[in-house]
Ligand binder design. Structure first.
Ligand code: HSE
Length: 306
């Protein structure tokens, strides 16, 4: 095998109260990454299809992730890397994580799987850190592993998966503006009050319980964020109106996807998600802002060879 093509799903990070802690993968959006072995030892990043991204491997998230893998491997086989984006960077859907996760997954396949998924995660995190200037696994982990991933600890990195979320539909609402994660991270408060922290802990606990017991009334209350949402929502046009419409259409959880501008709304009925997207479209039409929608299930597989 000299070439492998991989689908690396997009992801929704934070999921309300779980800043840098919770993230789930989605089915219909992601990167398609094709990796081809070279005769020489060159690592070549081809111009990305669907976005303008650096082709210098040390300035490209996929390149940095692959270089971390090759360092651990101890040899330097050469590869051509072609990334195709189904959504653009700066959308809040874990674009850099999809590229980093998909690239190391594909290279590992071509090499005959010398590394475990956990090792691939640490390489992909190095790529992700290039884009957001810090280590956060809440996009990389779901993109690589699929499902709803929760980071229990960063030192050492320890994650768990919340299973059986097949009955939820995810509506992604993507107004056409760009927010860089590094900028959105800079807005966050450096200190938290004990009152905000205890509300957040309560919602984190409630969210996990609600997902396990399928208590969607509790879920809609638990997807609340006292830390990132209050400062970041100001960057997203019509945020409060969109949130209200999601609630009126039966959403069982709404918030900013990652660092925005995308938003997510969870539904148990796909028709409600469709109706919700139509109502939200009118809001953005009224301010002449293009908006994109995607409705899909939670992706339970993560990176896959296609
Ligand atoms: N947890 C990260 C943040 C996700 O909110 O900054 C970035 O997409």
């Amino acid at each position: 095998m000299d070439t492998v093509k991989v689908f690396a799903p997009a992801s929704v990070a934070n999921v309300g109260p779980g800043y840098d802690t919770f993230g789930f993968a989605i089915e219909k959006l992601g990167d398609i990454i094709t990796v081809t072995k070279r005769e020489d030892q060159l690592l070549r990043i081809l111009p990305t299809i669907g976005a303008e991204l650096p082709t210098d491997p040390i300035k490209n998230v996929a390149g940095v992730a692959i270089l971390a893998l090759l360092k651990a491997l101890g040899t330097t086989p050469g590869f051509d890397i072609q990334i195709e984006k189904m959504f653009r960077p700066g959308s809040g859907l874990g674009s850099s994580a999809s590229s980093a996760a998909g690239a190391v997954f594909a290279v590992n396949e071509l090499l005959g799987r010398p590394f475990s998924l956990h090792q691939l995660l640490s390489f992909a995190l190095k790529g992700e850190a290039l884009a957001s200037k810090c280590y956060h696994a809440d996009n990389v982990a779901p993109s690589l592993l699929g499902g709803f991933q929760a980071v229990r600890s960063y030192h050492p990195l320890d994650l768990f998966n919340i299973p059986h979320l097949d009955d939820l539909f995810v509506l992604i609402i993507f107004p056409s503006i760009q927010i860089k994660t590094v900028v959105a991270k800079g807005l966050l408060p450096k200190k938290l009050s004990i009152e905000d922290a205890r509300e957040q802990w309560g919602n984190v606990a409630a969210l996990i319980h609600a997902l396990h017991t399928k208590d969607y009334q509790l879920l809609s209350k638990a997807i609340t964020d006292r830390i990132a949402e209050p400062v970041r929502r100001t960057l997203i046009p019509e945020y409060q109106t969109v949130k209200k419409i999601a609630g009126e259409n039966g959403s069982v959880g709404f918030n900013i996807s990652g660092s925005g501008p995308s938003m997510f709304a969870l539904f148990t009925d796909e028709d409600n998600a469709q109706d919700c997207s139509k109502a939200i479209k009118l809001i953005y039409d009224a301010i002449s802002m293009p908006v994109m929608f995607s409705i899909s299930k939670i992706n339970s597989k993560g990176c896959q060879v296609i």
